[in-house]
Design a protein around this ligand. Structure first.
Ligand code: AMP
Ligand code: MG
Length: 342
């Protein structure tokens, strides 16, 4: 299959919408990462998303809508509680996904058989135009091969999925760069399942009490059930082995310089670069978590394009604010190990 590369022009959005209406798949730009979209009300179209990505069948998809009213219009939920309405008013359109009791209209393929459904209203104009033109909610996981870092450019989508999907719409570099924050409203209190640009602190300001799933900052034990199935998988990893180092500027730089070799790269801050004798991939200014989030996945992908690199030493962010989302992705890339340099 030839994969069309489309723009966000009206004509191209119509082309992409007609692919979706026929049960095809389209790479969709959003403000978080690129999504791989299918008609969420067409079970067989949704199945082909899992095939194209090699995604485990037990990992449910997020349903994307173009306005809050779509929830009722398409009977997506059984219940739309006050707490969800408050979150929608505060954070939609934007990078927040809510888990709610699933409506009868949603095929089991979307929710992997769960009784709940994940819903998000993206702020990216291209995404919303596509959902409107398709005139149906779109189920979309990240548009990468399962296990690899999520795509933040149209080229990343082509690198992974060219020949497997109908089209990709180039809507530019993703502004946030990490997947949406996921909160479930099916528990009391509501629970943060995946951190993102909308932070735990911000959610607590709106809802009061919000619990933090233990799977956010630690590896689940083999006997624990994942509250969000996606959290149990190894994720976001380049082919090179990633080590996450918790260290002061000095300790980090000493460690890299002591271990420098042709096979080693550092995932570091701009201010580290003049002090390092190794290949460096910059995550921007230290302490600017928004910039670090935006750059992280592209840097993880770039590592695999540099010949000979087999080892990557990455700086460990803090867990406050958006740092929690970066930490959550990096510990998965590093197989849940953090090394503290004394
Ligand atoms: P992705 O779209 O690739 O970012 O993955 C979507 C994330 O949302 C995965 O971690 C899923 O496990 C999670 N998710 C989707 N639907 C549900 C649901 N009904 N309950 C819990 N987690 C969900
Ligand atoms: Mg994903």
């Amino acid at each position: 299959m030839e994969t069309l590369l489309l723009t966000t022009s009206e004509e191209d959005i119509e082309k992409a919408a007609s692919i979706l209406k026929c049960g095809g798949l389209v790479g969709m730009p959003t403000e978080t990462v690129y999504g791989l979209a299918a008609d969420a009300l067409n079970g067989s179209a949704v199945s082909s998303v899992f095939k194209a990505k090699g995604r485990p069948a037990d990992n449910p998809l997020i349903v994307h809508i173009s306005e809050t009213a779509d929830i009722e219009r398409f009977s997506l939920v059984r219940e739309f509680p006050e707490s969800a309405k408050k979150l929608a008013a505060n954070f939609w359109p934007g990078p927040l996904t809510m888990i709610l009791p699933k409506g009868d209209n949603i095929p089991d393929e979307v929710t992997a058989g769960l009784d709940s459904v994940a819903i998000r209203l993206p702020s990216h104009e291209g995404a919303r135009a596509l959902i409107k033109a398709a005139d149906t909610p779109l189920a979309a996981p990240s548009a990468n091969l399962s296990g690899s870092p999520s795509p933040t450019t149209a080229q990343h989508v082509l690198d992974d999925l060219a020949g497997r999907i109908g089209a990709v719409i180039d809507g530019g570099d993703c502004e946030v760069g990490l997947e949406s924050t996921v909160i479930t409203l099916c528990s009391t209190p509501p629970t943060l399942l995946r951190p993102g640009k909308v932070t735990l602190e911000e959610l607590r300001e709106v809802l009061g009490e919000v619990a933090l799933s233990s799977a956010v900052l630690e590896k689940l034990s083999d006997t624990e059930e994942a509250p969000s199935p996606g959290m149990k998988y190894r994720h976001y990893a380049p082919k090179a082995k990633v080590y996450l180092l918790k260290a002061s500027d000095e300790k980090f730089r000493d460690f890299i310089n002591t271990n420098a070799a042709d096979s080693v790269a550092a995932l570091c801050y701009e201010s580290d670069i003049p002090h390092l004798n190794a290949k460096c991939l910059s995550l921007g200014e230290k302490g600017n978590y928004d910039e670090e989030a935006q750059k992280l996945f592209a840097a993880l992908r770039e590592i695999d394009t540099i010949p000979d690199i087999t080892t990557v030493y990455a700086r460990c962010p803090g867990t406050e604010g958006v740092g929690m989302a970066i930490y959550n992705r990096l510990i998965r890339a590093a197989g849940f190990e953090v090394t503290e340099l004394e």
